[in-house]
Design a protein around this ligand. Structure first.
Ligand code: 8OZ
Length: 376
């Protein structure tokens, strides 16, 4: 029997109703880093996804890089998240939280005591972040602040922040966590050559550049169990001004090292995040099939989740062929709360309005129509 997107899936003991995953999506609607009642509505509306991965959620004040992004480090934020997880579970859904530290992709005005953001090396990003105070209070994108290089002695504290965030995540009802190691944020900044020019045990060789990520994975899996832990990687994305001339051997090492943890899933962004699926860094096209093969050969058993620009046909094909166990959809979930039902019926999809992606209120957040409420 062929597998389809609509078949259930056993995610390390968590029963997913289907293989359609809601990808993490930054929405900037959590003032003071606190998820709001509308956050619970938004996620509950999308609970028919086999799995929801929340928007990136800061593990600490230092991990914050965009205005009104939620956190996991205050009681009020945790109370907010408890409401979200209950609302999703009441609708029969499953939800994991994406653990985020932005590294250099931040602005001093978002950092504790207006300090510089931190990074593996003091290399500014040619990139922007979002501030509500920009654009005469309307909110907007501004250049990120130059970072300072982390001392080795500071790394255990950041690992502790990850561990703590994972523990409290389970306490407030999440089904697990996703480690955000993609898209040019702190963990990816350690991995890739253009952002990591350290001369200690955390820089230089591929093994050294992967060390911090693997220490974070070890700490989180020790704390909450590998079966509650997934990870997101983006081997060639240029997002947040990232580059590595040799992504294949780098991610070969990363993925084979991850094989020894019994993680729940590996989530791979193919190509440029939100852009070209065939984006290339280095001399040759990235071989995603080889990446997966390396992982399986090394004994890795996690579910394999793919992302970036999938439409229904491409997604069905990936699942049918065994290339992927799960497919995550981003933008389509913004504008189609009942995406699963629409794909099942072959119904028309609502196009997302990019002007309401970041910041704002219910509009463009919880007011996208369900099929049965749509005007004809
Ligand atoms: C879009 C805007 C702000 C942040 C990512 C967390 O790319 C993000 C993000 C995306 O992973």
């Amino acid at each position: 029997m062929t597998t389809t997107l609509f078949d259930s899936f056993d995610l390390a003991g968590i029963k997913l109703a289907n293989r359609i995953v809601m990808a993490p999506l930054t929405r900037n609607r959590s003032p003071h880093a606190i998820p709001q009642p509308i956050t619970a509505d938004y996620y509950a509306q999308r609970a028919s996804a086999g799995l929801i991965i929340t928007e990136g959620t800061a593990i600490s004040p230092q991990g914050q890089g965009y205005a009104d992004v939620p956190g996991l480090y205050t009681q009020a934020a945790l109370d907010g998240w408890r409401t979200v997880t209950k609302a999703v579970h009441d609708q029969g859904g499953k939800i994991v939280v994406q653990l985020w530290h932005v590294g250099r992709i931040s602005h001093s005005s978002l950092q504790p005591n207006n300090q510089q953001p931190v990074a593996p090396s003091a290399i500014p990003a040619n990139s922007k972040t979002y501030l509500t105070t920009a654009n005469e209070g309307q909110g907007g994108f501004v250049p990120t602040s130059p970072p300072r290089a982390l001392e080795v002695s500071e790394l255990p504290g950041i690992i502790d922040d990850y561990r703590h965030a994972a523990l409290v995540a389970l306490e407030v009802g999440f089904d697990g966590v996703e480690i955000h190691a993609a898209n040019g944020y702190l963990l990816d900044q350690f991995l890739r050559a253009n952002t990591n020019q350290r001369c200690d045990n955390y820089g230089g060789s591929i093994e050294n550049r992967a060390r911090f990520l693997l220490e974070v994975v070890q700490a989180i899996t020790d704390a909450i169990g590998a079966e509650r832990t997934g990870i997101r990687l983006s081997p060639v994305t240029p997002a947040c001004d990232m580059f590595d001339p040799e992504p294949q051997p780098l991610f070969k090492h990363v993925i084979s090292s991850l094989a020894k943890f019994k993680l729940s899933y590996i989530h791979i962004i193919e190509g440029a995040t939100g852009g070209a699926r065939d984006h290339q860094q280095g001399a040759t096209a990235f071989d995603y099939a080889a990446l997966k093969q390396t992982y399986r050969t090394a004994g890795g058993q996690a579910a394999w989740m793919l992302n970036n620009g999938y439409n229904f046909t491409l997604a069905q094909q990936a699942v049918r062929s065994g290339q992927a166990d799960l497919i995550s959809f981003g933008r389509l979930f913004i504008s189609n709360p009942d995406l699963v039902e629409r794909l099942r019926l072959g119904a028309l999809l609502t196009e997302p309005d990019s002007s309401t992606f970041y910041g704002g209120n219910e509009h463009g957040y919880t007011d996208y129509p369900f099929l049965n409420t749509q005007q004809t």
